[in-house]
Design a protein around this ligand. Structure first.
Ligand code: COA
Length: 239
């Protein structure tokens, strides 16, 4: 069993290292794969690539680039993965924390990224494990997704690629809520015939969750209820 001490984290910069990173991304996500030229270009403009290695083997990695919006500078963490053989051993969370330290050292106190809100495992990782908060709904973010993890392409369907965008506050200030949470069920999707078609699941979740987020609510976690997983949505306390 791997221990944390066996895993080395470092920023990746050399084209050969970035080649290894694209190979890891390709193995986990399938198409489309970020390419070395685009990643290298982003490093010249405040971006970063990071890898987690065990010995000579790259077992996890991320690509993130610099962004700016009305709240100031942030990092957009575009791609993160861990080799399936090593998933569930804390490597993904360690990479994220390593990236967070790098951002804080660079004067950046927010990391933003998107994920497929139908994927409960990713929701647990992003919201429950890391403490990021969902604060923006993006309809059909990437168009039709051919990636092998995408619920629609796994079932051979075509569905809009709606994404929940999360913000990870690196200043350590917890999200404060007013009032009790609203729970929004996550429609189950998959390959079994009794599950909901992905297209329908996307629209159902969009119809429930998007108006709450557009109205200023934030998504602070997922919880398991008798009927399945649900998002916990709260109104943030305002100053
Ligand atoms: C999502 C991912 C980066 C997490 O990294 P990891 O090293 O497997 O996860 P960690 O061990 O640090 O954290 C475990 C948590 O992540 C969740 N998780 C999500 N996907 C998982 C997976 N495929 N395997 C194991 N845990 C997973 C678990 O539910 C667990 O939370 P829990 O304690 O509430 O059960 C990794 O599983 C992965 O590469 N998945 C495929 C690519 C992907 O979806 N990337 C996008 C991430 S937003």
């Amino acid at each position: 069993m791997t221990s944390a001490a066996d895993v080395e984290m470092r920023a990746l910069d050399a084209p050969d290292d970035l080649e290894q990173l694209t190979a890891l991304f390709a193995g986990v996500f399938g198409d489309p794969v970020p390419n070395v030229v685009d990643m290298r270009g982003s490093l010249l403009a405040g971006g970063v690539c990071m890898g987690a290695s065990i010995g000579d083997r790259l077992v996890g990695g991320l690509w993130s680039f610099a962004g700016w919006n009305e709240h100031g500078p942030f990092h957009h963490s575009h791609t993160l993965c861990v080799d399936p053989e090593f998933q569930g051993r804390g490597i993904g969370a360690s990479l994220k924390r390593y990236h967070a330290r790098w951002c804080r050292d660079s004067g950046i106190d927010r990391i933003v990224w998107t994920f497929d809100p139908l994927m409960v495992g990713n929701a647990r990782f992003n919201l429950n494990r890391l403490g990021a908060v969902g604060d923006r709904w993006i309809e059909n973010c990437y168009g039709s997704m051919p990636g092998k993890l995408d619920p629609a392409s796994r079932t051979g369907e075509d569905a809009p690629s709606d994404r929940l965008s999360v913000t990870w506050d690196l200043t350590g200030s917890p999200a404060m809520a007013t009032g009790p949470p609203t729970l929004v069920d996550i429609p189950p999707t998959g390959e079994a015939s009794d599950l909901i078609p992905v297209h329908e699941a996307v629209l159902r979740l969009r119809d429930r969750l998007r108006p709450l987020i557009d109205g200023g609510a934030i998504v602070t976690g997922v919880e398991l209820r008798p009927g399945g997983w649900a998002y916990r949505v709260v109104d943030p306390a305002r100053e």
